[in-house]
Write a protein that binds this ligand. Structure first.
Ligand code: ADP
Ligand code: G6P
Length: 362
């Protein structure tokens, strides 16, 4: 009945290879859903117990890490020569059952993959949230799970940049050598291409991260060209646009109103096809010098789903310390966070209307 449907959880899928910004995205989303202010929640381990991979964002959202559905632990993967990306190392039946249960309002006892030991810990109880985000390697891989998603996002990081980011993280924070990082990237590549990358065709929004075109041969991955690819005709999702919906536009905002040091900032907006469906694309190449000047750019973007003037800029300033805050990755992650909030509110409003209609028997 409509009243049972009124309590259903809205499910969001967030897919990317590891080290491609899922945790960062989730932290920005938590900022938007959790009221915007305050300190950043930890990326992980903020769930039911210290070793949990689940992030609970107040009463607004729960973020489940799909690594918890690894059916083979690290030793078993090694023994069978499988990577964590291989579907055979993951339990999609259980993933489907549990995402469906949560969507229908039932709590589940979800397995917990321990990233330190590489083994499965005892399960943890997850209650049905208002918004369930499933983030990981395979949220759109299994058709049954995919069909449960109200909205899906894929973070598509080009090989060059993935490499640069992974080196920064694994060498600086984990003490790995350059050679071992190179080897691990190469070893994962075939499975990435077979099982992870194809999911982007199903995504409602893709954030594509490429090297800049403003500097010839820039290879350090410091300046980025970032594209927000938005599927047309997705329920409860109105794509963002620059100046004039439906036009093709190039915009260089640097000049009297925006101070841009070399290489400047270039926006583009237009239409295209992506895996056979119609999309609109907003692109930002370059980076902001002063984040508060983002307000000038925000003023020229429409359909942002903000609640007040300058909310995007405020969010970006609040989380200025997160990776990607001066470029399109942070900007587009923030925009998609607002879009998820808006989508949730629309679905709730639609259900409330259906419940009222049901009660009035109209
Ligand atoms: P995931 O959750 O997908 O593994 P994270 O959000 O933890 O990814 O990001 C992994 C690392 O990649 C970060 O520590 C950072 O070094 C780098 N990174 C992520 N997003 C960006 C970005 N937008 N710009 C630059 N580096 C980034
Ligand atoms: C991916 C998965 C992790 C896994 C890691 C390393 O990043 O998301 O869950 O731990 O690969 O896999 P390995 O087989 O080396 O433990």
């Amino acid at each position: 009945s409509a009243s049972a449907a009124a309590n259903k959880t809205v499910v969001i899928g967030l897919a990317a290879d590891s080290g491609c910004g899922k945790s960062t995205f989730v932290r920005r989303l938590a900022g938007v859903l959790g009221g915007g202010g305050g300190a950043a929640p930890p990326a992980r381990g903020n769930g039911n117990f210290p070793g949990s991979n689940t992030l609970v964002v107040g009463d607004a959202a729960t973020v489940v890490c799909l690594d918890d559905y690894h059916s083979l632990d690290r030793a078993a993967r090694k023994a069978r020569g499988l990577t964590a990306l291989d579907p055979r190392a993951n339990d999609f039946d259980l993933m489907y059952e549990q995402v469906r249960a949560l969507k229908e309002g039932r709590a589940v006892d979800k397995p917990v993959y321990n990233h330190v030991t590489g083994r499965l810990d005892p399960p943890e109880r997850v209650a049905p949230p208002k918004i369930l985000v499933i983030e990981g390697l395979h949220p759109m891989y299994d058709e049954r799970v995919r069909d449960l998603l109200d909205f899906s996002i894929y973070l598509d990081i080009s090989d060059e940049l993935k490499f640069a980011w992974k080196i920064q993280r694994d060498m600086a924070e984990r003490g790995h050598s350059l050679e071992s990082i190179k080897a691990s990237i190469e070893a994962r590549k075939p499975d990435f291409e077979a099982y992870i990358d194809p999911q982007k065709q199903y995504a409602d929004a893709v954030i594509e991260v490429l090297p800049t075109q403003l500097i010839p041969d820039e290879e350090e991955g410091k300046v980025l060209r970032v594209r927000l690819i938005m599927k047309e005709g997705v329920r409860h999702f109105a794509p963002v646009y620059l100046f004039d919906e439906g036009s093709t536009i190039t915009w260089i905002p640097c000049g009297r109103k925006l101070s841009c040091s070399y290489p400047g900032i270039k926006f583009a907006y237009g239409f295209g096809a992506y895996y056979g469906h119609e999309v609109s694309v907003l692109e930002m190449d370059g980076q902001f010098d002063k984040l508060d000047e983002l307000i000038y750019v925000e003023t020229h973007l429409s359909n942002m789903s903000t609640r007040f003037y300058g909310e995007v800029t405020q969010q970006m300033l609040t989380h200025a310390g997160f990776p990607g805050s001066s470029n399109g990755t942070g900007l587009f992650q923030t925009i998609l966070g607002l879009k998820i909030r808006d989508l949730y509110e629309q679905i709730v409003a639609e259900r409330a209307a259906a419940v009222t209609a049901d009660a009035l028997n109209v």
